[in-house]
Ligand binder design. Structure first.
Ligand SMILES: C[S@@+](CC[C@H](N)C(=O)[O-])C[C@H]1O[C@@H](n2cnc3c(N)ncnc32)[C@H](O)[C@@H]1O
Length: 269
């Protein structure tokens, strides 16, 4: 089974499926609010007719960009994710959205056809460096105007691979270099979610995932020991989010310490 299908099987139509697996709901709601703060202005201030979201997932953002006069395409590698997104489209009575089962590494769209391309925590999951760069070039290939990337980034200079979720974290200067090579001009670059204590907690969690064999995301139900570990994680998560919140509101958009970056890239034709 595709990794992402198994995530859906475990979490269903829930923020945990597309944000932080195993984290308390409050944590995921806060991350969602911070991402929304970074993105919603873009959806309203940019003029576009055709929008394509790569790695559309459960369709979290579809209602934000698929208003009636626009045409939207959602692409994802997971059939189960797309099924949930399809229900959302149906419930919202949107008849202008197509959902396509495909990989961002081979986007089934013509070149220069999309006004606004989105990759919201999608590219980061292409964990092979060469394929990661190729996926970025695929997005820019089919983009006519703007491409928006909201992705995790490495805090240090070397790239890192996280273990609890297959995620490739590149340093921001590497992204800047790639966008330049792909003839994309960065028109906006900022941080999304500066949550210092939570970041440390996630690093600790990743440390254990990397070292304990068979520790799969996330520990749910199961033995008493695994339930105990999950409860400990939840308690620490609540403390870390409470301590991080003042930083998120004061320095939230600071690029350097933020967990994710937002890049708006204009395609130079
Ligand atoms: C963390 S989720 C984010 C989903 C959505 N963008 C959101 O913000 O709610 C990552 C999504 O990327 C999709 N994905 C991962 N690798 C992909 C690939 N190579 N091509 C297309 N989609 C991919 C996964 O199936 C998953 O739905």
């Amino acid at each position: 089974m595709n990794f992402w299908d198994s995530v859906v099987e475990r979490f269903g139509d829930n923020l945990e499926t597309v944000l932080i697996p195993g984290a308390p709901l409050l944590m995921n709601k806060i991350v969602q609010a911070l991402q929304e703060r970074a993105l919603t202005n873009l959806f309203t201030s940019v003029r576009f007719i055709v929008v394509a979201e790569m790695g559309v997932g459960i369709g979290r953002w579809i209602p934000f960009y698929a208003s009636k006069d626009k045409y939207a395409v959602g692409i994802d590698i997971s059939r189960s994710m797309l099924k949930i997104a399809k229900h959302k489209v149906f419930r919202a009575k949107l008849s202008n959205v197509d959902l396509i089962l495909a990989s961002v590494e081979a986007i089934p769209l013509r070149s220069n056809i999309v006004d606004l391309s989105l990759s919201i925590t999608c590219i980061q999951h292409v964990i092979d460096e060469t394929r990661h760069k190729h996926a970025l070039s695929e997005i820019l290939r089919c983009t006519k105007n703007l491409a928006v990337f909201l992705e995790s980034k490495s805090m240090k200079n070397p790239m890192t691979l996280s273990h609890y979720y297959p995620t490739l974290l590149l340093p921001i200067k590497e992204y800047i270099k790639i966008f330049n090579e792909l003839k994309g001009r960065i028109v906006k670059l900022c941080g999304v979610d500066f949550l210092p204590f939570f970041w440390w907690l996630e690093r600790t969690r990743d440390f254990f995932y990397a070292r304990i064999p068979n520790l799969k995301i996330p520990l749910y139900g199961g033995s008493l020991a695994s339930r105990f570990m999950r409860s400990i994680y939840h308690i620490f998560a609540c403390f870390s989010i409470a301590l991080s919140l003042p930083f998120a509101s004061l320095l939230g958009k600071n690029l350097v310490p933020s967990r994710h970056f937002l890049a708006v890239v204009k395609k130079i034709c």
